[in-house]
Design a protein around this ligand. Structure first.
Ligand SMILES: *Cc1c(COP(=O)(O)O)cnc(C)c1O
Length: 364
């Protein structure tokens, strides 16, 4: 199979799916896949056996969720345009408005639809200001309990999304308590509460039982249905980016250039200044693995290998499922990685190939 391509491994995906299904069984909390993290719909049929549906951040995502994932389809967006709202309602069974302004603006059109409001609790676990929903002056959700209470009879649910790759149950628990202290009276008037994504509960060693117990008591004490919106947690460890070495150079360090680019294919590494991961990353030879775009800092990272790297070698970058395929772009006209799936029985199936026609069609 010609590189570059993303390789989704269903047996890895299955491990996450089984934890999600277990959590639902044990806690009653439903899980909806956050499509902004992962929207590779070829595996939606598989994931839909373990999850309750999908949630979205735009008209196109909500439509994709309704058409390809099925189950419950939540609509959310930071802001909807007048021309979008009817189609959003058509494709969703719940709509969560980001602001009281949007709730009022689309009040008449959304009468009869299950409606919710995003609440910004003012606390989060993000260590990056760029990705911190509780940052100062945040536009993400309403924060004033009195103003929210004043529109509570128009809605039946609230959405809080303030976790970010949070693998610390204590911290999650602590923040949920803060939410209950501040918004408990309004939560008590609701039928459902979404706690958003960012809880890293499929990670190795996460205390799933404690999370289940906490979610269950949260639901029971307020008389609500709890939803989770896992993105990263649903697909963590489930894909690799498969590349081939094209050239090597030496400039103070051993450098290898591969047929992909972090700027175009694993953009979050660049944004959050993190290196890619390879496994095992051991051996006597250290090489800097670089992307083939002309951006000077297009570097996957420095890794260890058993032997010197040479053109034609294959490298596999780990953890390439989340916030990768949804963000890939045509910068430099670098060939966009195809998408392949490793089935549970080990067979490999290429589900998408991109070529010059796709590049050309992306602009006019
Ligand atoms: C980004 C986002 C998610 C998914 O977050 P992950 O960190 O990928 O789990 C869920 N809900 C909302 C509202 C989001 O913005």
């Amino acid at each position: 199979m010609q590189t570059p391509y993303y390789l989704i491994d269903k047996s890895q995906l299955l491990k996450n799916m089984e934890k999600i299904a277990w959590l639902r069984e044990a806690s009653g909390a439903k899980s909806l896949l956050a499509l902004k993290c992962f929207a590779t719909w070829s595996v939606f049929d598989f994931m839909a056996q373990y999850m309750d549906g999908s949630t979205s951040s735009s008209l196109y995502e909500v439509r994709l969720g309704a058409e390809k994932f099925g189950g419950e389809t939540h609509a959310y967006s930071v802001a909807y345009g007048d021309h979008e709202i009817d189609e959003v309602l058509t494709h969703s069974d719940k709509i969560i408005f980001n602001s009281i302004g949007q709730l009022h603006r689309f009040d008449a059109q959304s009468q009869g639809h299950t409606r919710g409001l995003r609440v910004n609790p003012g606390v989060s676990t993000s260590s990056f200001d760029l990705a911190d929903p509780a940052r100062r002056f945040s536009r993400l959700g309403e924060h004033d309990p009195d103003q929210i209470a004043a529109v509570a009879d128009k809605i039946s649910g609230l959405m809080f999304h303030n976790n970010c790759e949070n693998d610390d149950f204590e911290r999650f628990d602590e923040m949920l308590t803060l939410i209950e202290d501040r918004f408990g009276a309004i939560i008590g008037r609701m039928e459902w509460i979404s706690l958003g994504g960012g809880i890293h509960f499929t990670g190795e060693g996460y205390p799933l039982e404690r999370l289940a117990a906490r979610l269950k008591s949260f639901a029971e004490s307020h008389g609500i249905q709890v939803y989770l919106e896992p993105g990263e947690a649903a697909i963590t460890g489930a894909a690799t980016l498969e590349v081939t070495v094209l050239d090597t150079l030496h400039n103070g360090k051993d450098l290898a250039i591969v047929d992909a680019s972090i700027e175009a294919h694993m953009l979050d590494l660049l944004i959050y200044r993190e290196p890619a991961k390879i496994s095992p990353d051991t051996g006597d030879h250290q090489w800097m693995i670089c992307g083939k775009s002309c951006l000077a800092g297009d570097i996957f990272g420095e890794f260890r290998f058993d032997a010197p790297i040479k053109p034609g070698d294959r490298i596999s970058f780990q953890d390439a499922a989340g916030y990768t395929m949804v963000k890939k772009n045509w910068f430099n006209g670098v060939k966009m990685p195809g998408i392949a799936i490793r089935e549970l029985d080990g067979t490999l199936r290429k589900v998408r190939e991109f070529d010059y026609a796709d590049f050309s069609a992306a602009l006019s």
